[in-house]
Design a binder for this molecule. Structure first.
Ligand SMILES: C[S@@+](CC[C@H](N)C(=O)[O-])C[C@H]1O[C@@H](n2cnc3c(N)ncnc32)[C@H](O)[C@@H]1O
Length: 434
């Protein structure tokens, strides 16, 4: 940590665990979302989405991977994210905040530190995109509350899933209710256990304009992507079509095909300098990156984006996870999470088009957490622990978050800040990125 960072906030200054109990949330034997090839298998139960997609493709022809992802993840009736809580041991995958509260605590201290450096502007909006179970926001609020930083602060969650917004409310709130009228930009409101107001939105552009600390953790990897494949005849967009064989009425099979002609997205998105065999581009993410940049310039703010990702070198990363195993993305649509690595070079490019935005990153999770002093925090916690099991659990969580073979290397962090802060940043570099 830089001298300034340690002057502002020290992690080991949190003497006691912030939550009442300090235990591992998961047995880290679970598999995180790694990439490898699997055999396709279609099971017959719960095939609402398969039928819907089958009819759609039969009527209008093959669909893009982006359209497929949108339907599978966000379909209001049966979309993967719309109908259940998929986190944890009994779910499909695990995320860093669900492994240990140290993760959220470290991110909270990072935000507090950077925010203090620029004079702690208020009112303060904490914005989280895709908050899952609400665990990360909850851990962050506990740290902000510990440092008495919640005065004139509100929490804003961008979440499309009604089921997950319920889970988030249970994690975060003393009470919450649906928005009193349809005209409001939020669809749900509540009060957190720390006593600050919290609002839920379907999209970032509905969040009010105000100084913002914005966090997106494993949000952009759930955004729809277009896939392009290099052939001897140039790049072609990958589409999803019906498998020719349909053995029974309710037996739906899908397959990848290449578009014969150049699709509109190929013309718009693919760069003439592209050379990779497989290219994945998410225009939906690009719009949100742009929105984040515009917001931090007009309202002031700091954004931290953390995700599986690469720096413009990733290729074929579209994959599906079910019960902690990688499965075929085209089998039993809606029953598994779909994900694709985030291309951080696109965030950098969009930021660089806006002369008022500074981008830094990506750095690996291991590097980021070490630079902000995770080992001091873990050491301070261990000093106060007497139970051997608890100490082992903490060590295990620390390894899981930082080990290169676990979450340390695959996950990357980047940050966006307004260029108006350049003088301060030059003097006191952004912690974790220098
Ligand atoms: C992989 S989970 C990550 C959860 C959480 N950030 C964590 O790390 O534990 C993705 C989250 O983004 C939400 N989500 C997915 N697509 C979304 C969209 N287009 N708009 C808003 N939220 C979305 C999901 O409902 C879910 O809460």
């Amino acid at each position: 940590m830089s001298a300034l960072a340690s002057k502002c906030i020290t992690f080991h200054s949190i003497k006691q665990p912030i939550a009442r109990t300090y235990k591992r949330r998961l047995i880290p034997a679970i598999v995180i979302r790694t990439y490898y090839t699997v055999k396709r298998r279609v099971e017959k139960d719960d095939n609402f989405l398969a039928k819907h997609l089958f009819n759609k493709i039969k009527t209008t022809g093959p669909i893009t991977v982006a359209e497929y992802m949108k339907e599978v993840l966000q379909n209001p009736m049966k979309g993967y994210y719309m109908t259940k809580d998929m986190f944890g041991e009994s779910g499909d995958f695990v995320t860093s905040p669900e492994i240990s509260q140290i993760f959220g605590e470290m991110l909270a201290v990072w935000f507090l530190n950077e925010w203090h450096k620029i004079g702690s502007p208020r009112p303060l909006q904490l914005v989280e995109l895709g908050p899952g179970r609400g665990t990360l926001s909850s851990d962050i609020l506990k740290v902000f509350s510990h440092f008495k930083a919640l005065h004139n602060t509100s929490l804003h969650l961008v979440e499309t899933s009604p089921v997950l917004s319920d889970v988030q409310s249970k994690t975060l709130c003393t009470h919450s209710s649906m928005a009193p009228n349809l005209k409001s930009s939020y669809y749900r409101e509540g009060v957190t256990r720390q006593g600050i107001p919290v609002y839920w939105y379907k999209q970032l552009k509905d969040v009010p304009d105000s100084f913002t600390l914005l966090l997106a953790h494993e949000f952009f990897d759930a955004m729809p992507i277009h896939k392009f494949h290099k052939t001897y005849a140039g790049y072609k967009e990958v589409l999803i079509d019906l498998e020719q064989t349909q053995s029974s009425k309710d037996d739906y099979h899908f397959r990848y095909v290449l578009a014969r002609n150049d699709t509109p997205m190929l013309k718009v998105l693919l760069k003439s300098t592209e050379t990779r065999q497989h290219v994945e581009i998410s225009p939906d993410s690009m719009l949100i990156y742009e929105e984040i940049c515009n917001r931090i310039v007009s309202n002031g703010g700091i954004a931290l984006i953390c995700d599986y990702g690469h720096d413009g070198t990733g290729t074929d990363t579209f994959r599906a996870f079910k019960k902690h195993k990688q499965v075929d993305p085209l089998a039993q649509p809606g029953s598994a999470d779909l994900t694709a690595d985030v291309d951080f070079s696109v965030i950098k490019e969009i930021a660089s088009k806006n002369k008022d935005v500074m981008y830094q990153g990506p750095v690996t999770q291991k590097k980021f957490l070490h630079k902000i002093g995770i080992e001091y925090r873990v050491g301070a916690l261990m000093k106060n622990m007497t139970d051997k099991k608890q100490i082992e659990n903490l060590q295990e969580c620390y390894n899981f978050l930082t080990d290169e073979s676990k979450m340390g290397e695959r996950f990357k962090f980047c940050t966006l800040m307004p260029t108006s802060l350049k003088k301060i940043i030059d003097k006191y570099p952004i912690v974790g990125f220098s």
